[in-house]
Design a protein around this ligand. Structure first.
Ligand code: SAH
Ligand code: SF4
Ligand code: F3S
Length: 435
């Protein structure tokens, strides 16, 4: 019997979340329904992340927890980047896993579910030339802020990173496909589109790059906001920077990971930029759009990182003054060049450095939020807050804003930012000015 209900759990980056949404639509198209809250699903899809050891191990502990008290279990599909990295090995590691499906093959999931319900244990980690996107149903549902994958894979091969192996070579979805999906997401209710790619600013179709694509998407009626993530510093073109100055719908926020403030470490990471070229991009961006909010990613404890290297990371955090940033302890990943480098850093040192870096980042984040108090701006309402009558939305700078309002998800309302916390802001509705 093929299952009638499913549950999908996505871990990892926004692209995984997007993939999870697409898998849900696909299963629904094949007659399955999401399991009601609190009820066991007959099919469970774990959409996993391989980026750090902790994330990958979580996949297996979650699989283990799917066995029910009476010894029965749902059909279990391991999807995402752990599935890609481990392939058939995953079935040997856990007898509970029925299906192994990689991120480029999930359009075949409904077929694999049928096979599994007949007792087979199919594995598909192909990266087919025909894009999975062509085999997916059209978009019918969209959140106020909707994800849209436009580029996948990575050719950069940073020495610590598994993405080039789990997601394959860089590919861009064609211009027409992206615009069609963008249009249907807006028709389905999206007011904001977040264009996604592991190296989204390397998106290209012939002569056209991300800057042209953003300008075309900005012409869609009913769409109010555009964001994109994640960008690589080496692919920040002048055309894209200029778009920030000229396209009103493009939000003043840029996630531009630098990873380290030490050029020696950046070289060992194979990052193909230096601190100087990175800071030059930031400078140009600020000239194009003076209120741009910047965010980044950092790795502490990369092999060979000295106290001086780490100090340089703290200095670049101060120099940029990030509005937000994500920092991670280096995690040695099987098959990556950095995993076998000498001078792996002790866990205690990584812990200390991470703590210090996070304190520094938090201070900048709070300062950024405080600098916006008193500012008249708009928020896109996304969901209900905890308190009665309270809604939560996003400012142009991606701050989470709490506001008391009868407005509903999808509304964009005028507010004044009245108070700042480390992780969110409070806003007050602005009365409509008399005409
Ligand atoms: N393509 C993006 C993001 C890749 S993964 C980019 O190049 O910036 C998201 C973040 O995870 C990375 O920016 C990096 O900071 C972190 N990361 C990747 N591999 C890691 C590893 N082996 N250990 C710790 N952090 C890692
Ligand atoms: Fe990983 Fe580097 Fe590619 Fe980002 S650019 S996905 S960190 S290899
Ligand atoms: Fe994780 Fe794969 Fe994304 S490894 S970060 S889910 S591309």
């Amino acid at each position: 019997m093929t299952p009638k209900t499913f549950k999908i759990k996505s871990f990892g980056c926004q692209m995984n979340v997007y993939d999870g949404e697409r898998m849900a639509e696909l299963l629904a198209d094949h007659g399955m329904a999401p399991a009601p809250d609190g009820e066991d699903a007959e099919l469970v899809v774990l959409n996993t992340c391989h980026i750090r050891e902790k994330a990958a191990e979580k996949a297996y502990s979650d699989v283990g927890r799917l066995r029910r008290d009476d010894g029965s279990k749902p059909i279990v599909a391991l999807a995402g980047c752990v599935a890609q990295a481990e392939g058939a090995e995953a079935k040997r590691r856990s007898s509970l896993i029925d299906i192994v499906v990689g991120p480029q093959a999930y359009h075949r999931l409904p077929d694999m579910v049928v096979q599994a319900s007949k007792g087979a244990r199919p594995v598909d980690t192909d990266m087919p030339a025909i894009s999975k996107f062509d085999a997916l149903p059209p978009r019918r549902k969209a959140a106020p802020s909707a994800f849209l994958s436009i580029q996948e894979g990575c050719d950069k091969f940073c020495t610590y990173c598994v993405v080039p192996y789990t997601r394959g070579a860089e590919i861009s979805r064609p211009w027409d496909h992206v615009l069609t999906e963008a249009q249907s997401l807006v028709e389905a209710g999206a007011r904001e589109l977040v264009l996604l790619g592991q190296n989204v600013n390397a998106w290209t179709d012939g002569e056209r790059g991300l800057a042209e694509l953003i300008r075309a998407i900005a012409r869609i009626d009913g769409l109010e906001r555009i964001r994109y993530t994640t960008s690589h510093p080496a692919d920040m073109t002048d055309a894209l920077i200029a778009a920030h100055a000229e396209v009103d719908k493009l939000m003043p926020y840029l996630h531009l990971p630098v990873q380290s403030g030490s050029d020696r470490i950046l070289r060992a990471m194979n990052r193909s930029h230096t601190t100087e070229t990175y800071l030059a991009v930031i400078e140009k961006m600020r000239q194009a759009r003076s209120d741009i909010a910047l965010s980044g990613d950092f790795i502490v404890g990369f092999p060979g990182e000295t106290d001086e290297d780490f100090e340089a990371t703290l200095r670049i955090v101060d120099a940029v003054g990030y509005a937000a940033a994500y920092s991670f302890k280096y995690s040695a990943r099987p098959g990556t060049p950095a995993a076998t480098m000498e001078d792996q850093i002790a866990r205690e040192i990584m812990d200390e450095r991470l703590q210090e870096l996070q304190n520094r980042i938090n201070a900048h984040q709070l300062a950024f939020n405080q600098s916006k108090v008193g500012c008249d701006t708009q928020v896109l309402i996304e969901r209900r807050g905890k308190l009665h009558g309270q809604m939560i939305g996003r400012s142009p700078w991606l701050q989470s804003v709490h506001v008391e309002t009868p407005a509903q998800p999808g509304d964009i309302i005028d507010i004044t930012l009245v108070a700042a916390g480390p992780n969110s802001m409070s806003g007050a509705v602005r009365a409509k000015e008399a005409a």
